[in-house]
Design a protein around this ligand. Sequence first.
Ligand code: UDX
Length: 442
Amino acid sequence: MSNRIAVFGTGYLGATHAACMAELGHEVVGVDVDISKLAKLESGEVPFYEPGLEEVLKRNIANGRLRFSSSYHEAAEFADVHFVGVGTPQKRGEYAADLTYVNAVVDTLAPLLTRPALIVGKSTVPVGTAQKLANRVREIAPAGNEVELVWNPEFLREGYAVQDTLHPDRLVLGVDRQSEGWAEQIIREVYAQLLNEEIPLLVTDLATAELVKTAANAFLATKISFINAMSEVCEAAGADVSLLADAIGHDARIGRRFLNAGIGFGGGCLPKDIRAFMARAGELGADQALTFLREVDAINMRRRTRMVELTREALGGSLLGASVAVLGAAFKPDSDDVRDSPALNIAGQIQLQGANVTVYDPKAMENSKALFPTLNYATEAQEACRGADIILVLTEWKEFRQLDPRSIDGIVRKRMIIDGRNCLDANLWRQSGWTFRGLGRN
Ligand code: UDX
């Protein structure tokens, strides 16, 4: 059965969700206030890099199931199910999440809902937000109690967004305690194909659903900072964190995934989500429960400083006047996202300390230039490495993992490389006559 769906927000989350809902057979309109983004999407172009999304987008525009609009009136008229997928960035100068965009969608949409409708929140919000919004919707929607608001957090990873949306590990649905059950029924229709694949659907109250998302991200951040803390100890003790991760990862209770030590986590989610979580816990009087996240954050930020120090040490104690090639700017491979990217942050710090930094990234050049216009940018890895005193690998793109030392032997000034992601074969580089260093490796 096909539903009529509106998706508000056409960023990484919203655009993917809109295209994937159409892929499931629904009729979908994607809504945004950014006209230039809409124009791109309408012509079948994804405004950011996300493998596989363009095909899904194009296919569903062509078959007429997917379109885009800036009109809330049109969306309210057309759809029965309204997904909210706008951003909740960190507030300037504060840890808390900025809910301006989520509030704006609800405040603009609800007064236009004159018949029964379901609003489904997907954005990551502080616990308690959904209940407030649910009350507000009932108050300001002409259809009153016939409009229900539920929360269905999104767990997609950039780089795997389509796969994660169409084949998630689980679906979580938070419903208002006053709900009569029809909201769950509609969600079961919307995700019928996924449920047929036996993807579990966990139905909870609103607060639990909101918390599932923040707890999951807090756990992942903690796992990464745990291994990065071990990395610090390995450096001090002359041990190897990669081998350590392999060995503890064999224990099924621990697991090897998300145990890659390096320059730490970044991106539009983990850093701001753990901070917003701490801020919210403070408001709830439960701040003690999350003080460990301060440490998780601190360990993570220390890795960036450590990488800068390691570079300075390798260059004989000063960065002044050195030529530094930085391979990777995105916060992780298969993404063009540079929000809170450790790679770009490190490149910036090194530049500010007097080095001449040249950056290359396979996809994130445009976004990097917009954020850090003062760095030098090369159009390919070889060009970035030309004349370099040292090479830093800061995002583990396949292209860099497969880099052949012989292809750059002749063009660098010094054969020195630091692996900030523990993604290179140290022996290969050393055997080729390079000085190789890794974070947390002897
Ligand atoms: C994350 C969550 O994984 C996802 O479920 C949620 O919906 C949004 O936030 P994403 O931001 O796309 O997704 O990136 P993720 O793959 O989780 O990586 C986050 C950061 O951690 C990256 O900077 C990555 O390089 C780093 N990381 C990841 C490590 O440093 N080590 C690891 O072992 C894994």
